[in-house]
Design a protein around this ligand. Structure first.
Ligand code: DC
Length: 221
């Protein structure tokens, strides 16, 4: 667990957590636009550290070296969906199979988590808040968030959504990958994926995005 204290100043933070394909990005971006807040995809940060490790030929399982790398790497998320890692545009590659395969190892590294949680808090504090999506936002990063949402959907629906986003992988491969990553995210020791205390649980399997967003906006206001 990170030992840094959550910030004391009240911020308008909306925490959105949930497994892969649960609708976090779609709901998070729309909610941020409706509320006039900025949006941060914290999964992209874990993917960015993974990208930096692979690019430097570092073994993602090397806990010490990857932990040090996380402190040094420059991650630039300008808010338009792009990610710049040490000056290199990594937007496409962080969604590719190599990074996707290795990211769970990097996300289980406590030194990496500590550093990224610090950056995520700093990001929100410098903006007066924001919509942050990830796995541990409501449980660890901002346990006092204004609204905590845990999105979920059936494994079939989640695999279906993801397989539509990728061009070169079939449904069965995507479903197996999601199941593997869910198990790794839920089973790790440090900040495992779980419903945060007080989180509103929303099953997005059969619900319309507009309706979900309108409901959440109403709760924030
Ligand atoms: O949301 P995503 O699939 O892009 O996330 C990539 C990985 O990073 C995923 O395995 C979970 C992990 N992650 C995490 O551990 N904590 C977060 N706050 C965000 C993502």
């Amino acid at each position: 667990m990170s030992d840094a204290e959550p910030p004391e100043r009240p911020l308008t933070v909306i925490a959105i957590d949930g497994p892969a394909g649960s609708g976090k990005s779609t709901v998070g971006k729309r909610l941020a636009a409706e509320l006039g807040l900025e949006y941060l995809d914290t999964g992209a940060m874990y993917r960015g550290v993974t990208f930096a490790a692979l690019r430097r030929g570092i073994d993602p399982a090397d806990v010490e070296v990857v932990g040090r790398l996380a402190q040094q790497v420059e991650l630039d998320l300008p808010g338009d969906g792009t990610l710049i890692v040490d000056g290199v545009d990594a937007t496409i590659e962080i969604r590719g199979p190599e990074v996707t395969r290795a990211v769970s190892l990097v996300a289980a590294n406590s030194a990496v988590r500590k550093e990224l949680v610090r950056r995520q808090r700093e990001w929100a504090e410098s903006r007066g808040g924001g919509v942050l999506e990830g796995r541990d936002i409501g449980s660890v990063v901002f346990p006092d968030a204004r609204l905590k949402v845990y999105l979920t959907a059936s494994p079939e629906v989640r695999a279906e959504r993801r397989s539509k986003e990728v061009i070169d992988l079939d449904y069965a491969t995507v479903a197996a990958d999601i199941a593997r990553r869910d198990a790794a995210d839920q089973g790790r020791d440090d900040s495992p994926l779980a419903e945060a205390e007080g989180a509103l649980v929303v099953d997005t399997s059969d619900r319309d995005v507009d309706e979900i967003v309108a409901d959440l906006v109403g709760r924030v206001r």
